[in-house]
Ligand binder design. Structure first.
Ligand code: NAD
Length: 509
């Protein structure tokens, strides 16, 4: 049995709901399978709608206590959760690899991201600043303050099975909210381990049950009740565009708030003024890292005709050197896709590329033999496509990189922005005018725009999220915390008069 499973006691019968202690759930059994070799690594009794109801009630009850604890003290609890994650970094990182197939270094990197956002949130807990304004009325004072919202629903995707929860939960906690987490069923073991780590900290501090909650279950039993629950004022959902559209409609129907972090279709423009060595390193990490299963994965390269052939050759050479295999082993740079459905989707997209005038230049094979036989491994793929190729507009969640040539920067930017998604983008250039054009209103329409830095691998200090079909949400750093709180504007009259704003007169005896 793997050490990571033992470390979090995941080898026994597992329950799919926690409100501080584990519920005895009544739903179907979820069998967790590792994409590394197809082995069963856990069995979880999932939650039903009744179990969800118990969790939601507890989250509402705990909110009444948690919101009254001063924010810096809430920050201290988050600091302790960050420390507990530091202590568990190796085991949790390994579990991420085992559960979703990331290479170890990326698994541990994801846990580091949790630690980083915890540290960030601790500082933020003393900086939930509101503005003060000068009133137009004499001896009046105006200011704004930020109050907690209530229980926050956090729905997460399989590909960042622990970090995305922490971006939301650490900020939601310091804001005074409780959290109800519905993870992807493909990454449920990671969620169980994180919940165990965090709830031990809450227990140690004698905090009430229901501050951090977990519910693992299907859409009918858990997803829909959570999304439609008017006791949950904010749903922060990370996943596909289709999921975001469905959730947005449901939450909007009850006038709730959403933070939507949806699919990307990220491109890098490589100009004739680029340092190609830097560009190639970034492209390969961005396109092949996490086996092409990041929301920020580099999917399109828009390269100037002058350097197109050289770049193409260099990329093929680099791809030939990518070691693919068991992501728990040293030296491996690309592990499996999450499941057979993901492999089938990639194969279907490649077939489509051929019929739409594209050409596969390298890779794209399903791998077989040895560990590849039971795991879900593919070769990363480079394709050359015409700019108007329809499949390029879609996010195929697999390591397919499209190469598109351009002649003028305006044309490159039009190709770049000509997809429905708007998450991450980059330009590789040492030419000031090209760089500034890309960063200006004329340039990238994405939430993230980088220069000589690839599309993948954001830091937590910035607000993370994207435009258009990516959903418009922002999480993590900068002032993202505001989405987890409600703003209140206050006016205080310390005079003996009752003047009205705008000079309105309303006198009576
Ligand atoms: P997915 O949409 O299949 O599932 C995401 C989560 O939503 C899961 O927990 C799933 O159970 C839940 N879900 C789906 N439909 C739902 C509904 N109607 N009601 C309630 N819950 C529902 O996505 P996935 O395959 O797990 O992840 C890959 C996708 O996530 C890609 O599109 C990727 O780009 C995106 N993603 C985006 C970001 C970002 O920050 N923008 C980060 C990571 C992943």
């Amino acid at each position: 049995m793997d050490t990571a499973l033992q470390a979090f006691d995941l080898t026994k019968k597992l329950e799919g709901a926690n409100t501080g202690s584990w519920l005895s759930c009544n739903g179907d059994i979820l069998v967790s399978v590792s994409p590394i070799d197809g082995r069963t690594i856990g069995r979880i009794r999932t939650a039903t709608a009744n179990d969800y109801e118990k969790v939601a009630k507890q989250a509402v009850k705990a909110f009444k206590v948690w919101r009254m604890i001063p924010a810096p003290q809430r920050g201290d609890i988050v600091r302790q959760i960050g420390d507990a994650l530091r202590h568990n970094k190796q085991n949790l990182g390994r579990l991420v690899s085992l559960n979703v197939g990331k290479i170890l270094s990326e698994g541990e990197g994801e846990v580091q991201e949790m630690i980083d956002i915890a540290d960030f949130a601790v500082g933020q807990s003393r900086m939930l600043y509101g503005l003060s304004m000068h009133s137009e009325r004499p001896r009046h004072r105006m200011y704004e303050q930020w109050h907690p919202l209530g229980p926050v629903g956090v729905i997460t995707a399989f590909n960042f099975p622990v970090a995305v929860w922490s971006w939301n939960a650490m900020i939601a906690l310091i804001a005074g909210n409780t959290v109800i987490w519905k993870p992807s069923h493909k990454a449920a073991l990671c969620a169980l381990a994180v919940t165990k780590i965090a709830s031990e900290v809450l227990d140690r501090n004698n905090l009430p049950q229901g501050i951090l909650n977990l519910v693992i279950g299907n859409r009918k039993q858990v997803g829909n009740p959570l999304v439609n629950d008017s006791r949950v004022p904010l749903i922060s959902a990370t996943g596909s565009v289709n999921m975001g559209k469905a959730i947005n409609q449901a939450v909007a129907a009850r006038l709730g708030k959403t933070i939507l972090e949806l699919g990307g279709n990220n491109a890098i423009i490589v100009t004739p003024h680029a340092d190609l060595t830097l560009a190639i390193r970034s492209i390969v990490f961005g396109a092949v890292g996490t086996a092409g299963q990041r929301c920020t994965t580099t999917r399109r390269i828009i390269a100037h005709k002058a350097i197109y052939a050289d770049l193409q050759q260099a990329l093929i050479k680099a791809y030939q050197q990518v070691p693919i295999g068991n992501p728990l082993e040293d030296g491996i740079l690309m592990g499996p896709l999450i499941d057979t459905e993901a492999v089938d989707n990639m194969m279907a997209a490649l077939a489509e590329i051929g019929s739409q005038g594209g050409k596969i230049l390298y890779g794209g094979e399903k791998l077989s033999g040895g560990i590849f036989e039971t795991g879900t491994y593919v070769q990363p793929c480079i394709c050359e496509v015409p700019p108007d190729c329809a499949i390029v507009r879609e996010e195929t969640f697999a390591p397919i990189l499209y190469l598109i040539p351009y002649e003028e920067l305006d044309e490159a930017i039009a190709i770049h922005n000509g997809v429905p998604q708007g998450l991450s983008s980059a330009i590789f250039s040492n030419n000031l005018k090209e760089v500034e054009t890309f960063l200006s209103h004329l340039g990238s329409d994405c939430g993230i725009a980088n220069v000589n830095v690839g599309t993948s691998g954001a830091e937590i200090g910035g607000a993370f999220g994207g435009e258009k079909d990516t959903g418009g949400g922002r999480e993590a750093g900068s002032d993202s915390w505001k989405a987890y709180m409600r703003r209140q504007t206050n006016t205080i009259n310390w005079s003996d008069e009752m003047p009205l704003a705008q000079g309105v007169r309303f006198e009576f005896d």
